[in-house]
Design a protein around this ligand. Structure first.
Ligand SMILES: Cc1cc2nc3c(=O)[nH]c(=O)nc-3n(C[C@H](O)[C@H](O)[C@H](O)COP(=O)(O)O)c2cc1C
Length: 206
């Protein structure tokens, strides 16, 4: 098999896993994942990212509680709209930190005043911190696979971003891009959800 086939195979077989075995993930493996993440491209090669690896059961528990509390408030506020039931089904998928032995909080530096002045409304997209952070998260998740680790990227939890940032001690100069749950999969991993065909998602301007 050529290395490009192997890469495509890795891209196809990586799955989001939401149920983990309880054993901790070794610190050396977690460091390897962060190293893989830092080889992602980044805007201006600024590497404005930070990876806060939370293994503390206490902090993970408090993170989950903060997310559940915030989602409860969102659901209550939207009951009359008829969205609540659908949302309730997903809350567990937004707060699975206690079950995941490690959660990596991927954050990016907030653009400074100079950038805001230069780029105006386009500051976030031009600065590229979020895009860089997302690329790093993908590297991390792909690197986990051959190490026998399973991952799930999460943004549903970011409804409680201020509280999560506080629990992680991030300060005001970082904003969370996503969280990545890391552990060893419990039970069988679900089949891949279907992908839209290329013809549906690609546009060629020739
Ligand atoms: C930006 C982003 C946010 C996501 N947020 C969540 C989440 O909050 N909870 C969750 O269970 N899965 C989350 N996922 C995982 C997606 O549901 C998953 O990637 C998608 O269903 C495709 O499945 P696959 O990753 O196994 O291919 C997220 C994925 C991405 C890329």
């Amino acid at each position: 098999m050529s290395s490009s086939d192997e890469l495509l195979n890795l891209l196809r077989t990586r799955r989001s896993v939401r149920r983990f075995r309880p054993e901790p993930v070794e610190r050396a493996l977690l460091e390897k994942l962060v190293e893989a993440a830092c080889w992602a491209p980044s805007a201006g090669n600024r590497q404005d990212w930070l990876f806060t690896v939370v293994t503390s059961p206490e902090v993970r528990g408090r993170m989950a509680e903060a997310v559940r509390e915030k989602w409860r408030a969102v659901i209550d506020a939207n009951r009359s709209q008829g969205y609540a039931e659908g949302m309730e089904r997903y809350v567990q998928a937004y707060a699975m930190f206690p079950e995941a032995p490690a959660v990596v909080i991927v954050s990016a530096r907030v653009p400074g005043l100079v950038q805001q002045k230069m780029y105006g409304d386009e500051t976030h997209v031009t600065f590229g911190g979020f895009c860089s952070g997302a690329m790093a998260a993908q590297n991390l998740m792909l690197a986990a696979e051959p190490l026998g680790l399973a991952t799930c990227c999460m943004t549903g939890a970011l409804v409680a971003q201020p509280k999560l940032a506080e629990l992680a001690g991030l300060g005001r100069k970082q904003e969370i891009v996503c969280l990545v749950a890391v552990g060893r999969a419990a039970g069988d991993v679900a089949a891949a959800p279907a992908r839209k065909p290329v013809a549906e998602i690609a546009r060629f301007i020739e």
